[in-house]
Write a protein that binds this ligand. Structure first.
Ligand code: DGL
Length: 270
């Protein structure tokens, strides 16, 4: 048993897909969440830049007393998972292996799409994980930079023409090609409804939820679960605008978000 918080980080609101899933799976856990919105988007950055960013984010969560770290970010998880594993004060995981496992489990025909950021598409980690589990699978990967800014602005409504247009373009390579689509950037499950309208035949895999499931398993295996029978809370740390984050986050977390729980994060100090 361990009542210290679980640390989760992302460049922004995308990581809330993992926060909401972990809260549903393990309601007793406390969570500290870092949204590095001063440096969003991560998806256009080089692997070297991402290593430095991942190191800073992980150290920040260590300093908050996190017992484990979840990189709720497809871009970090696919470009530099070893940085997080090496620096986290406790066990750590990302979203790639878990989402690949889930996609292989639900895919009916082994035609698996991965839609993610450009840096994730370039890294090829999802494809490697899928093919290690299912060597006969056909994997199509597509990177896009259009969707993260929309989600960060809280724009995910399918009646928003910009949202529908951007998701239509992101979905194009998978039309008639994929029976399963990994939303491999954690921002993209926030746009799941629009993806469902574009690709009604495809099973969608939420990478944030998959990462949360992997973290729950890790905590259970290592005997690090919080004592049961209590209701855990969440504290949010933001390197950019606290107000902007609180506004968007209120849309994506069931029950909204208490602005008093949103704190500034100075990542230049770490
Ligand atoms: N949500 C992150 C990911 O899963 C980062 C997106 C970005 O900042 O470009 O890739």
């Amino acid at each position: 048993m361990d009542s210290r918080p679980v640390g989760i980080f992302d460049s922004g609101v995308g990581g809330l897909t993992a926060v909401r899933s972990l809260r549903a799976l393990l309601p007793a856990e406390d969570i500290v969440f870092l949204a590095d919105t001063a440096r969003v988007p991560y998806g256009g950055r080089s692997a070297a830049e991402l290593r430095g960013i991942a190191a800073g984010d992980t150290r920040f969560l260590n300093a908050l007393g996190a017992k484990a770290v979840l990189a709720a970010c497809g871009t970090v998880s696919s470009n530099c998972p070893e940085t997080v594993l090496a620096l986290a004060a406790g066990p750590a995981c990302g979203v790639v292996a878990a989402a690949a496992r889930e996609a292989v489990r639900v895919s009916r025909g082994g035609r698996i799409g991965v839609v993610a950021t450009e840096a994730t598409a370039r890294a090829g980690a999802f494809e490697r994980e899928i093919l290690a589990l299912a060597p006969g699978a056909r994997v199509i990967t597509h990177g896009t930079a259009e969707l993260v800014p929309l989600a960060e602005a809280g724009r995910t409504d399918v009646n928003d023409a910009a949202v529908r247009g951007a998701v239509r373009r992101a979905a194009e390579p998978f039309r008639g090609e994929a029976d399963t689509l990994i939303l491999g950037c954690t921002h993209f499950p926030l746009l799941a409804e629009a993806f469902r309208l574009e690709l009604p035949e495809a099973e969608l895999v939420d990478s944030g939820a998959a990462g949360a499931k992997a973290m729950a398993e890790l905590l259970r295996e290592r005997g690090l679960l919080a004592p049961e029978g209590r209701r855990g809370g969440a504290e949010f740390f933001v390197s950019g605008s606290r107000e902007g984050f609180a506004r968007a986050a209120a849309l994506f977390l069931p029950g909204g978000i208490d602005p008093a729980r949103v704190h500034g994060a100075d990542l230049t100090q770490k």
